[in-house]
Design a protein around this ligand. Structure first.
Ligand SMILES: Cc1ncc(COP(=O)(O)O)c(C=O)c1O
Length: 399
């Protein structure tokens, strides 16, 4: 078995009580202590607004978050917009795109509502949203190493298709789409690719080549708070959107002087163009501190490498257990085909999963279930011992 490297994020950076094994950053990432400290410091400016320095304590915090998010995603800070959530990032695209009646959007079947409802709502503007099966028999049939979801989406493109919106990593079955392949092929066909990136951001490295927009909340793998996320948009694509931003979205004059310049453009061309009003400064501060921490240990590339070792370690132990053999083989095939993100989603009967989860909780092990999938999500703080403990828990309760 491959020796696991020491975790890139020391567990002591978090507030885990002894024995607590949190395998659920796909639900909610833990806030690092350093981020809580950064929040506590900025909270002073809320208690004492007379001490607030507008540039240092407000605008610089927002700029720092844009810079950190850009560094993590390997993009430019000017293309980052601060948004409250994945959903609001996707809504900025859905509401702002210059739709014509009879245009079409494609989304995969069984998307999380954040990447479904904003597109379905466009029916009121005469835009059709079509849901595409990503593999034969979805969702009853389980995804395996042979699936080609990108090809299925590309094959579904019709003359009216303007945009495809996908989850990079799916919340229930954990399948990861090949963004590079899909992005380039969409670009070649003149179709925009919009990505819900929340289940991979912070723990996996995305390719934004050919992608038009990538939205993520900050509270899962990015280890920030709920209510603060980021949206990356391609520059030319962003100029085509209705600018939904308001006063902070203007070029600098107003935020600096409080004067609206008569001859100034209303909206800046950078990511602020899509930012609506004052963000949560506390949320921005926390997310920035979390991103700095991720960057300081080598960013998502380092975390991804670590997760892979742990996933293989767990799967190889489960392969020897009769109750887990088949799922372990299926997930190993998906891993070999580079079809997984940070979540290992084991398919089991719901009553088995309920029993497993409650016995896990009795041992301070927290995982989560979506539909009939048990989700085990590793991140940078997990150790080889955590993977072994997970195997023992699963093996002892569902053999
Ligand atoms: C794939 C996916 N998209 C979006 C969301 C919701 O994100 P937000 O609250 O940032 O809109 C979730 C939350 O579980 C998710 O799994």
């Amino acid at each position: 078995m491959e020796i696991s490297p020491s975790p890139p994020l020391a567990p002591a950076l978090f507030d885990f009580p002894p024995g607590r094994l949190w395998l659920s950053h796909c639900k909610d990432g833990p806030l690092p202590r350093a981020s809580a400290d950064a929040m506590a410091a900025i909270l002073q400016t809320e208690l004492r607004p007379w001490d607030l320095r507008w540039n240092e304590d407000f605008l610089d915090v927002l700029n720092a978050l844009r810079e950190s998010a850009a560094a993590l995603l390997d993009v430019e800070a000017q293309d980052i917009s601060l948004v409250t959530s994945t959903s609001s990032g996707l809504e900025a695209i859905a509401l702002g795109f210059p739709w014509q009646v009879d245009d079409e959007v494609l989304i995969p079947m069984d998307e999380f509502p954040s990447n479904r409802l904003p597109w379905l709502a466009l029916a009121q503007r005469g835009v059709r949203c079509r849901e595409v099966e990503l593999w034969p028999g979805q969702p009853a049939a389980l995804p395996d190493g042979e699936i080609q979801p990108e090809q299925r989406l590309l094959d579904a493109i019709g003359p009216q298709t303007r945009l495809i919106a996908v989850s990079w990593i799916r919340y229930q079955d954990g399948v990861r789409l090949d963004l590079a392949r899909l992005g380039r092929a969409c670009q070649a066909r003149g179709v925009h690719l919009v990505v819900d990136g929340i289940q991979g951001a912070g723990s996996m490295v995305p390719s934004l080549d050919g992608v038009s927009a990538f939205a993520t909340g900050g509270h899962k793998g990015l280890l920030g708070l709920q209510g603060q996320g980021v949206l990356w948009t391609d520059r030319a694509f962003r100029q085509r959107l209705i600018p939904l931003g308001t006063w902070l979205a203007a070029p600098n004059t107003f935020s600096q002087s409080g004067q609206q310049a008569i001859d100034e453009d209303h909206w800046s061309t950078d990511g602020r163009r899509l930012e609506a009003g004052s963000p949560s400064i506390v949320g921005c501060c926390a997310l920035n501190a979390s991103l700095r921490l991720l960057l300081s240990v080598g960013g998502a590339a380092r975390i991804e490498q670590h997760i892979r070792v742990l996933q293989r370690r767990l799967l190889s132990q489960l392969q020897a257990m009769p109750g887990w053999m088949a799922e372990s083989k299926r997930l190993t095939a998906l891993l070999d085909a580079q079809r997984l993100g940070p979540i290992l989603s084991f398919y089991r009967a719901p009553e088995v999963l309920d029993a497993l989860l409650s016995r896990g909780e009795a041992q301070s092990i927290s995982a989560s279930m979506r539909h009939s999938f048990l989700r085990i999500a590793f991140h940078g703080w997990h150790t080889a011992a955590d993977a072994d403990r997970t195997a023992q828990w699963l093996g002892s309760t569902a053999a």
